[in-house]
Design a protein around this ligand. Structure first.
Ligand code: NAD
Ligand code: TYD
Length: 350
């Protein structure tokens, strides 16, 4: 059966990498990129695909049930790879309601379309992209595995945990063929500069303070975004229906060590005297309820599907810095906010 794959959130950071991989790798699939273009969605991220024969973009909010259903039927959607979400923890603390409506209700809307319209269930896949943050926070030891109990702590992680539960409940109750993956922190090109790495790169560029929350000892497990996209490809094609896979980089860093490494790379790239950027580091009030440590045990996906990260962190971080420095217009447009008006003029609502 021909595949018409709906990828949601494809104008965002990870989604744009996933869309690019699928459009280029699978010319026989039709890829429909659905995104409402929030502040985090940017069509510049996938501009190179605009004229690809197997690709189309549709502006739609996953909370708009009627519009979503019309697209689902018009495009005869056979599979869904669902990434659209509100994704930033700090924003979820200052304004949780968009996280509840988009991440929970939006996911339920998509699941319900699959329930209503997919008759021969075995011909379809509903693949939900989730986060390791649903497992809560680790102490100094141990790793999150696929059987770790959910214990979300932030409005963001609680909304993603809720959507994960809905996905599993729809699979259990209605037999929807679901797949799911929970990934650690991603880094790479096209990430919105509110997240740690691009925010620090941008602030170093402008000689602005580098706000490190609390003691800077919190730990994250960083994964190259293109490796995440490859993992999604592998799980979509070879993963077992009904299964969850944890994806991680085996790459733990305290925030402060990571920021210091970034400072060193930036000093070299900007030809600044060694130690210049580190002087910008400023410890600030900690994030409310700040999770201490995330670390993924990615043995299952390695053993069962043969996936593992392809590049070392130092190399990936250098490539990331190079990308941001070569794309200053991209980051300047986003941070000045002017891009929003541009897109509203060029793309109308469905
Ligand atoms: P992002 O914020 O960069 O992109 C999210 C995209 O979703 C944007 O293009 C936005 O316009 C779109 N979107 C938001 N609300 C929408 C709505 N109501 N209707 C339609 N589109 C909407 O996020 P990201 O970092 O690329 O994350 C993508 C997915 O991966 C999310 O589900 C996130 O939970 C998950 N994830 C992210 C990370 C990470 O490190 N960034 C790690 C693990 C899992
Ligand atoms: P972030 O990129 O927001 O991802 P998440 O909270 O989903 O892990 O933050 C990564 C880590 O960096 C997290 O421990 C919070 C910390 N952080 C700072 O110290 N300063 C900052 O300005 C930001 C955005 C994050």
């Amino acid at each position: 059966m021909a595949k018409n794959i709906l990828i949601t959130g494809g104008a965002g950071f990870i989604g744009s990498h996933v869309v690019r991989l699928f459009v280029n790798q699978y010319p026989d699939y039709r890829i429909i990129n659905l995104d409402s273009l929030t502040y985090a969605g940017n069509l510049e991220n996938i501009k190179d695909l605009e004229n690809a024969a197997n690709y189309s973009f549709v502006k739609c909010d996953i909370r708009d049930t009627a519009a979503l259903e019309a697209i689902f039927l018009k495009e005869n959607i056979t599979d869904i790879i669902h990434l659209a979400a509100e994704s930033h923890v700090d924003r979820s603390i200052s304004g949780p309601m968009d996280f509840i409506t988009t991440n929970i209700v939006g996911t339920a809307n998509l699941l319900d379309l699959a329930r209503t319209h997919w008759k021969n269930k075995e011909e379809h896949v509903f693949y939900h992209i989730s986060t390791d943050e649903v497992y809560g926070s680790l102490g100094a030891e141990g790793f999150f595995t696929e059987t770790t109990a959910y214990d979300p702590k932030s409005p963001y992680s609680a909304s993603k945990a809720s959507s994960d539960h809905l996905v599993n409940a729809y699979a259990h109750t209605y037999g929807i063929p679901v797949k799911m993956s929970n990934c650690s922190n991603n880094y790479g090109s096209h990430q919105f500069p509110e997240k740690l790495i691009p925010l620090m790169i941008n602030n170093i560029r402008h000689n602005k303070p580098l706000p490190v929350y609390g003691t800077g000892e919190n730990v994250r497990d960083w994964l190259w975004v293109e490796d995440h996209a490859k993992a999604i490809d592998v799980i979509f094609h070879k993963g077992k229906v009904g299964e969850t896979y944890n994806i991680g980089g085996w790459n733990e860093w305290t925030n402060i060590d990571l920021v210091k490494l970034l400072c060193q790379i930036m000093d070299t790239k900007l030809e600044r005297e060694k130690g210049t950027s580190e002087q910008l580091i400023t410890y600030v009030t900690d994030r409310a309820g700040h999770d201490m440590r995330y670390a993924i045990d990615a043995s299952k996906i390695k053993t069962n599907l043969g996936w593992e990260p392809s590049i070392q962190f130092e190399e990936g971080l250098e490539k990331t810095v190079s990308w941001y420095l070569a794309n200053e217009k991209w980051i300047d447009a986003i941070t000045s906010g002017s891009y929003k008006d541009y897109y509203l003029q060029h793309y109308s609502e469905e």
